[in-house]
Write a protein of this length. Structure first.
Lengths: 654, 291
């Protein structure tokens, strides 16, 4: 036997002080008794029954020395003696795709667990001198355990594997394994997967080939797990919200990847509710459910309508009784529904058409409240305004820097006007307008006639909404995080209030403003893909932390993401669920969905394991685990100490 | 100080309490079969030559014409003998058995002196010591206390040797009260028998301490005999201590059984018990009874 740390054997020199200390502490103390004869009468009967107690002190000392010996040997980390034969080597390729997490037959083992048990039979033939490497086959192959490890570490690693990737590039993983195996002569490969050697003729989805065909011609020894092919999963979840409508429409795509019709139930629930400011205001609640018949081999579209006055985190769950759970859930972040304040600023009498339109449309606009004020009065109101509020300047311009709100101007002329006015003009008609801009959606401006107005001078980045013969008369743009829309004419100086386009234009205006801050972020992604969050951060934010919140406490992990160019790039999120990106002073939820189309197509094992897993001749030292021996020795020492305490010290013992 | 002022108050209280307890048997206490010169009438008998004429009942003669002589009860002295164990084993216990025994001796002696009995106190260990003899009257109590105060323990308990010395030196009844821990396992029985043989009215007071029946547990200890200084190393396990308790209680029962078998009144006094309570219990159990 050899030792990794032989210096620790000196610890056994402590045996002498331990023995002396034992003898010192166990020396008898004097106890005067009135009549020793009574004690002798007692001892005569007592020692016949407990004669072994005479040697208790020696037994106690022997146990202490034995414990010291166990601790010393454990600390020295023993290893078996050198083996003259060359080490054997095995490289295991573990399929980490989500299909390996399928539980065949209901609550049985996952395919990974089933494959692992069979792999243990192979590993049991190896001993500590042999070498095992493990390669994980996911979207990209990666080395999980280098070839310097022994079979015991490989067993522990296999037990900790958690398959869940949306696909597995087995070819690349096998190539990596072969490269690793080439470093040792006669190293063998072993593939753990749920894909057999022959495709069973199930339909391939969207032109993506199953892994079965990838392996059809392979010659890698393998263990194939899996018995069921009936599976259904969600392949899409989309939430559509309309401005001013407190209900949201949920579009779900469910696929039946089996060859039989499945009767499933689709349920939607809120995992968390948020208000317009992003604060958490409520816990889990059911939002709705519907029965969904799924035809074999087809995708079924399901549409639900739910109340979404507040925003929140939404989970859709498909219950089809299938063996693969990971593709049965889909997640989405629903924007909170902001209610803006509307402030109309005018020097004198405000435009009655504008005020009237806002009053008439107030329910539809879902404004929280509206004010009339002057440029001077706006100074007092400005601190109360936020990113979802709208300030309309009617024939006047701000007399200072723009407030923290979205701004609309009707013929605003002045140094602080968001869009500078150009030359005045009369009898203007729209020459062209940008029909694709969201502000002008479904708005027809042919009949527009302007009595008097002015041209506008857009800055870089501004979009010209309407252009007259002599120049732009309506411009939209962004100033910092706020949005600005400028008209070169007052509504009352045109026939715009008389047109059908007027209320539509106002409604588009508010919709465009409302989602400004939310659209700055990206709030959804897919497992295994890096996610760019977009530009919605306070200036100066240099790092973002990403917390995995899962489905509330199932798993937790935190990453730190660097921000480059104002856009944080979240790492490849490994699990589906909700992630929370946090930065100084703010946070944003991101829903990450599985939606691994290929993995939803489960294959049943064909029984064709190719040439079968490799076999190793079992050696006498195969059960010797040097990695854990020191732990076992320490545990044995602790157990002995407890036994000694119970025997000799508990309850005022010897 | 063993006998302080509060102890004297306790003695006075005990004296009063003892009078009440002993009052019921007072007449019988001093009654003997001998006819004596007391004023208490006992019986009539026919006159015979030589009888003193002053005892002839002339009223009866006048009525019946026969001479009858009146007989009266004869009183006798009762002597109380306190045999106090002063061996080294009495120097043991949380409340020191010897101190408890001396207090008890003082209390009983005071009650006896107050009852017009004579009192002798003889300490013993290997044999009887000189002791304090023939005290009479309540005023002798201070002599008794002065004698008991400086007494010390030494030697081994040997009741046999103590019983060999002639202790009955008085006419009339001698009530002998042995106060001891009786830790003379082989000899206490013979010692008590020897005392009985001296025609003493023997009574036994067994003085015990809590530490004797519940010794401390834990670890290796070297037992040292308080009298012989002999040693024995043991591991004081809970089992051993429990076994010792059983042995000790067996010993107590053995002494009590012996006394019962020989009609010796037996009482057990724990050192932790209050003195008043202990003395009253002893009196109620028949201590100082002359029957």
């Amino acid at each position: 036997m050899r030792f990794i740390h032989p210096d620790f054997l000196w610890l056994f020199a402590l045996a002498l002080p331990v023995a002396l200390l034992h003898l010192w502490t166990k020396r008898p103390r004097q106890y005067v008794v009135p009549c020793l004869a009574l004690w002798q009468r007692t001892l005569a009967a007592h020692e016949r029954r407990f004669g072994v107690r005479k040697i208790r002190r020696l037994v106690s000392l022997a146990i202490h020395l034995l414990v010291l010996g166990l601790f010393t040997i454990g600390a020295a980390r023993p290893r078996p003696a050198e083996d003259p034969r060359p080490p054997r080597a095995l490289v295991i390729i573990a399929d980490l795709s989500a299909g390996m997490a399928a539980r065949d037959g209901g609550a049985g083992l996952t395919r990974m667990q089933a494959a692992r048990w069979r792999a243990h039979e192979v590993l049991d033939g190896l001993d500590a001198a042999d070498r095992v490497a493990v390669v994980g086959a996911g979207r990209r192959p990666r080395l999980l355990l280098p070839l310097a490890a022994g079979p015991w570490r490989a067993k522990r690693l296999l037990a900790a594997l958690d398959p869940g990737e949306p696909s597995a590039d087995l070819h690349a993983a096998i190539d990596l394994a072969r490269t690793i195996a080439s470093s040792l002569p006669e190293a063998k490969l072993l593939l753990l997967t749920d894909r057999g050697g022959v495709d069973q003729g199930l339909p391939e989805w969207q032109g993506q080939p199953g892994k079965a065909s990838l392996l059809a011609a392979g010659d890698v020894p393998r263990i194939v797990a899996g018995t069921s092919s009936a599976n259904a999963g969600l392949v899409g979840l989309r939430v559509e919200q309309r401005w001013g409508q407190p209900r949201a429409r949920i579009f779900v795509r469910a696929r039946n990847a089996s060859d039989a019709r499945l009767d499933a139930t689709l349920s939607v629930r809120w995992l968390l509710r948020m208000d317009a400011e992003g604060r958490e205001v409520g816990q889990a609640a059911e939002a709705g459910s519907v029965a969904v018949p799924l035809d074999p081999g087809r995708i079924t579209n399901v549409e639900l309508e739910i109340a979404a006055g507040q925003g929140g985190l939404l989970e859709a769950h498909l219950d089809a009784g299938d063996p693969l759970a990971i593709d049965d859930d889909a997640f989405a972040v629903v924007f909170p529904h902001p209610r803006p304040r509307v402030v109309v600023v005018a020097e004198g009498e405000p435009d009655p058409f504008l005020v009237g339109a806002i009053e008439v449309l107030s329910d539809s606009l879902d404004a929280e409240e509206s004010f009339l004020t002057t440029p001077a009065g706006l100074v007092d109101l400005a601190p109360r305004l936020g990113a979802s509020d709208v300030v309309i300047f009617d024939r006047c311009a701000p007399d200072r820097a723009l407030p923290l709100a979205n701004v609309v101007t009707f013929r605003a002329e002045g140094p602080f006007a968001p869009v500078q006015a150009g030359a005045a003009a009369e009898r203007l008609t729209p020459w062209t307008w940008d029909r694709r801009h969201p502000l002008l959606a479904q708005v027809a401006l042919e009949p527009l006639r302007v009595g008097k107005g002015c041209m506008l001078v857009p800055t870089d980045g501004d979009a010209v909404l309407v252009r007259a013969e002599k120049g732009p008369i309506a411009v939209a743009g962004e100033r910092g995080r706020m949005r600005v829309v400028a008209f070169g004419f007052a509504a009352k100086d045109s026939n715009l209030p008389l047109l059908v386009a007027y209320p539509l234009l106002l409604k588009n205006l508010f919709s465009w403003f409302a989602f400004d801050r939310w659209l700055a972020f990206r709030t959804e992604g897919r497992v295994g893909e890096p996610i760019g969050l977009g530009e919605g951060f306070r200036e100066g934010t240099t790092s973002v932390e990403l917390d995995y919140e899962g489905k509330w406490g199932v798993r937790h992990k935190t990453w730190v993401c660097e921000v480059e160019g104002g856009t944080p790039l979240l790492p490849e999120c490994p699990w589906p669920g909700f992630y929370r990106a946090r930065w100084g002073g703010g946070h944003q939820w991101v829903a990450v969905n599985f939606q691994g189309h290929e993995e939803s197509v489960l294959r049943a094992a064909t029984g064709d394991d190719g040439e079968g897993p490799p076999r190793f001749e079992r050696t006498a030292r195969a059960s010797f685990d040097p990695e854990t021996l020191w732990l076992q020795l320490a545990a044995a020492g602790m157990a002995l100490l407890v036994i000694e305490w119970v025997m000799f010290h508990r309850g005022g013992g010897v | 100080m063993l006998f302080d002022e509060s102890f004297l108050h306790t003695l006075e209280y005990l004296n009063v309490a003892a009078r009440k307890i002993l009052a019921g048997e007072k007449a019988a206490e001093r009654e003997t079969l001998r006819r004596g010169g007391s004023i208490e009438f006992r019986d009539y008998r026919s006159y015979s030559v030589g009888d003193e004429l002053r005892y002839v009942d002339w009223n009866v003669y006048a009525r019946h014409g026969h001479l009858f002589v009146k007989e009266f009860m004869a009183e006798q002295d009762v002597h109380v003998l306190l045999l106090l164990d002063a061996s080294a084993s009495m120097d043991f216990g949380r409340a020191r058995k010897f101190d408890a025994a001396r207090r008890l001796a003082a209390a009983i002696g005071y009650v006896a002196l107050g009852n017009f009995d004579s009192l002798t106190v003889i300490p013993f260990s290997g044999g009887p010591q000189a002791g304090l003899r023939d005290l009479r009257g309540k005023s002798a109590v201070f002599q008794l206390l002065r004698y008991l105060e400086p007494l010390a323990t030494s030697g081994v308990t040997d009741l046999r040797a103590a019983s060999r010395a002639p202790l009955r030196k008085h006419r009339g009844r001698t009530v002998a009260i042995v106060m001891s821990d009786f830790l003379d396992l082989e000899g206490y029985a013979e010692g008590l028998k020897g005392l009985l043989a001296q025609r003493l009215q023997l009574q036994a007071v067994h003085v015990i301490d809590e530490l004797e029946w519940s010794p401390e547990e834990g670890g290796a200890i070297r037992l040292v005999d308080a009298e012989t200084r002999g040693t024995r190393d043991v591991e004081a396990t809970a089992d051993l201590v429990a076994a010792y308790k059983t042995t000790f209680h067996g010993f107590l029962d053995e002494v009590q059984g012996f006394c019962r078998g020989h009609e010796i009144p037996y009482a057990r006094v724990a050192t932790a018990a209050p003195l008043e309570k202990a003395v009253i219990e002893l009196l109620q159990k028949g201590l100082l009874s002359r029957r």
